[in-house]
Design a protein around this ligand. Structure first.
Ligand SMILES: [Mg+2]
Length: 395
């Protein structure tokens, strides 16, 4: 069986209400799906965590990565990952090349699960969990004169839907953050767990000050307090304030996470499977995390394809520490506006806060491309003939 075709499908959808975080505002949502098709017509789906205009990934995948994958046996996913990374090392150790590689790698795991008739979690090493407790990601900035009041109402809504944990965006400055935090904690009471996410909106002194003050509100974790490049800064924030520190959604491959773990920068690693290298690399990072005594749970901000990949990964994740009752990893369940997520594929089964791990072959996602057709802005099809014609190097 050989890989015969790779497609990238780029989507963009306007949203009714813009929402913001510590860096910018969103006025549209984007998604980038990857379809890998073999010569017998079997297809696998992957997703890239597309930070920028998703249309650029057609060129990245077509020109930089497809030559490695085209014509290859999809069951060689790990071999192909190594080859693709080594080929792009001079220009691609972090950033868009690794994002693109992630999408292809996830598609290969889906494909291989379908070829072998097994769910991806089984191929990763086994299903430790059949369902995952989720937390609501939302509580962004919105265009309102009363942000604390709007956040409190949104938080109460998540609790009424059945969520037992949620995450509040911070990083707007100490006074604004504390006012929002007080409002949300008062709205949900003491029993709902609450995490904070600064999206690297602070430097070390401000992050420490915020963490020390926020701790009395019983905070589950403190996500991305400072920029990902400042691993010593992460360690300093972790040492100087009491809330467990989380990060990793802007980190890449085993090499980036190695540096973060060696710096003792985080209590909780959050690899994004569609950004940091795919399921092949996330399995390595999770294994490394367990060796450093660091918890791991994926960052997720995509369609049901990214959600399903993350659910299979969460099902397999090793317990840290190995014990009878270790703290269990949670699923990040993005509740912000995302018309593509809500239309392009069937959402996983859930009974909140629990979300079932799919048990069909591969990722177990049912695609509904027709329902999202209106949001499709680019479809790039790459064939073996394209790759041969464009080739400037060979093995
Ligand atoms: Mg985050």
């Amino acid at each position: 069986m050989r890989i015969e075709r790779i497609e990238t499908l780029a989507y963009q959808a306007p949203i009714d209400q813009p929402f913001g975080f510590s860096q910018w505002w969103f006025t549209k949502r984007s998604a980038l799906l990857v379809r890998v098709v073999t010569d017998d017509g079997t297809e696998g789906w992957g997703e890239v965590f597309a930070h920028v205009e998703p249309t650029v990934y057609g060129a990245v995948i077509g020109k930089a990565l497809a030559p490695v994958y085209m014509g290859a046996n999809p069951l060689d996913a790990g071999v192909l990952w190594d080859r693709a990374y080594n080929r792009s090392r001079p220009y691609g150790q972090k950033g868009m090349i690794i994002n693109a590689l992630s999408g292809i790698d996830i598609a290969l795991w889906d494909l291989n699960g379908k070829i072998l008739g097994q769910p991806v979690s089984q191929l990763l090493g086994g299903r430790r969990r059949e369902r995952i407790e989720s937390y609501a990601t939302g509580l962004y900035r919105t265009e309102t004169d009363d942000l604390p009041g709007a956040l409190a109402a949104e938080a109460r809504g998540y609790a009424e839907q059945g969520f037992t944990a949620m995450k509040l965006k911070i990083g707007y400055g100490f006074d604004i953050d504390m006012e929002n935090l007080r409002a949300v904690r008062a709205a949900i009471g003491p029993s709902i767990r609450l995490a904070l996410d600064a999206n690297h909106g602070y430097d070390v002194p401000d992050a420490v000050r915020l963490g020390r003050a926020a701790a009395e509100y019983d905070i589950l974790w403190y996500e991305e307090p400072v920029v990902a490049e400042d691993k010593a800064g992460y360690a300093e924030v972790r040492a100087r304030q009491p809330i467990p520190v989380a990060g990793g959604e802007e980190e890449f491959t085993r090499y980036g996470f190695r540096d973060l773990f060696e710096a003792r920068g985080v209590d909780l690693a959050q690899p994004d499977l569609g950004g940091m290298g795919g399921l092949s690399e996330a399995r390595i990072v999770a294994t490394m995390a367990s060796a450093f005594g660091v918890r791991c749970q994926p960052h997720v901000w995509g369609t049901p394809v990214a959600l399903a990949a993350s659910l299979h990964f969460l099902s397999w994740l090793p317990d840290v520490p190995g014990s009878a009752t270790p703290t269990q990893p949670m699923l990040e369940y993005d509740r912000s506006l995302h018309p593509i997520r809500d239309s392009v594929a069937v959402a996983p089964e859930k009974s909140l806060p629990w979300v079932d791990v799919p048990d069909g072959p591969g990722l177990g996602v049912e695609m509904r491309l027709d329902a999202a057709e209106q949001y499709l802005v680019d479809r790039t099809v790459i064939t073996a003939a394209d790759v041969r014609a464009a080739a400037s190097t060979r093995e």
